[in-house]
Design a binder for this molecule. Structure first.
Ligand SMILES: NC(=O)c1ccc[n+]([C@@H]2O[C@H](COP(=O)([O-])OP(=O)(O)OC[C@H]3O[C@@H](n4cnc5c(N)ncnc54)[C@H](OP(=O)(O)O)[C@@H]3O)[C@@H](O)[C@H]2O)c1
Length: 261
């Protein structure tokens, strides 16, 4: 995201915030059709988070892929992350019972503050046992929707608890991104057969046509305060960008990570 410093174009006033595809940089010279003007009614930071690609990823996964409905029990991994924290809030706004997982006590607390009904630290003992215990704590016997950000052991544990006609939205596989050898797949896929569970991967770029539907719902949720930004804003500009990106992947920060230029 950038701020217009100089402009000869009507509709792009100096001081306006715009999104562009020119990557991390101090300055860029852009034509009008390369800029997406940010609605000045919102904090511009929201357009990098819950009102941007991050929020739309959560929305597509829950609404379009998993078709989460009121009354569903929804499990969300990396629940304190950028996409995960948006998914937690959307699921709660839909009237779902929400269980989250995250990698530290502080992150678990931030997920509870978002309103999740139960949360566990996946680094704190058996994932299987903690997920089962979380279901018992919220008084549910199975998961209707699993929003998977991480793959690996958490995916296997979720499959084990899926309810009949459950849906798994495969958003990403953070646990495999830094692995140096191929990761084994879940050993319990037969459970998907017995319980007629649908597991579907998705990419945001296939859902561009849904953008106005997403923005209408999410902007209203932000205005009603049912969805808010969870983010970490880092000072230091481009000099810290790459190191911060790596540290984000390792779990150093909560929510959307924004580098202040
Ligand atoms: N399908 C799409 O179109 C689409 C679009 C955008 C993003 N994505 C995917 O969505 C997922 C979430 O993206 P995001 O931007 O919101 O990132 P994020 O969840 O904020 O990612 C960083 C977090 O991943 C967690 N993590 C790191 N290593 C892990 C491991 N081995 N096991 C479990 N968790 C681990 C860490 O949290 P903890 O401290 O809690 O471990 C870290 O804070 C990613 O997989 C991303 O690739 C998909």
């Amino acid at each position: 995201m950038g701020v217009i410093e100089d402009s000869g174009v009507q509709g792009l006033p100096v001081g306006a915030h715009v999104l562009h595809d020119y990557g991390w940089r101090d300055r860029a010279v852009l034509s009008l059709d390369e800029c997406t003007l940010i609605d000045a009614a919102h904090d511009p930071k929201l357009s990098l988070g819950v009102l941007g690609l991050t929020g739309m990823t959560a929305w597509v996964g829950l609404r379009k892929v998993a078709q989460a409905c009121e009354g569903d029990t929804v499990f969300i991994s990396s629940a304190a992350g950028a996409v995960g924290s948006a998914a937690v809030q959307l699921a709660l706004a839909t009237g779902c019972t929400v269980i989250g997982s995250a990698g530290s006590r502080a992150k678990c607390e931030s997920v509870l503050r978002l309103g999740a009904h139960a949360v566990f630290n996946y680094r704190d003992g058996s994932i299987r046992d903690q997920l089962r215990a979380s279901l018992e704590r919220v008084g549910k016997t199975g998961i209707d929707v699993y929003f998977d950000n991480v793959g690996g052991e958490q995916l296997e544990a979720a499959i084990r608890e899926m309810a009949v006609h459950g849906r798994i939205a495969l958003c990403g596989m953070t646990s495999a991104y830094s692995a140096s050898t191929p990761q084994p797949g879940p050993s319990n896929l037969l459970k998907l057969v017995w319980n007629r569970v649908r597991m579907e991967g998705f990419l945001l770029r296939d859902h561009r046509a849904d953008k106005s539907e997403f923005l209408a719902e999410m902007s209203a949720a932000v205005e009603e305060n049912t969805v808010r930004s969870l983010d970490t804003v880092l000072p230091g500009g481009l000099a810290v960008a790459w190191e911060s990106f790596s540290r984000m992947r390792e779990g150093a920060f909560v929510g959307k990570v924004i580098i202040d230029l």
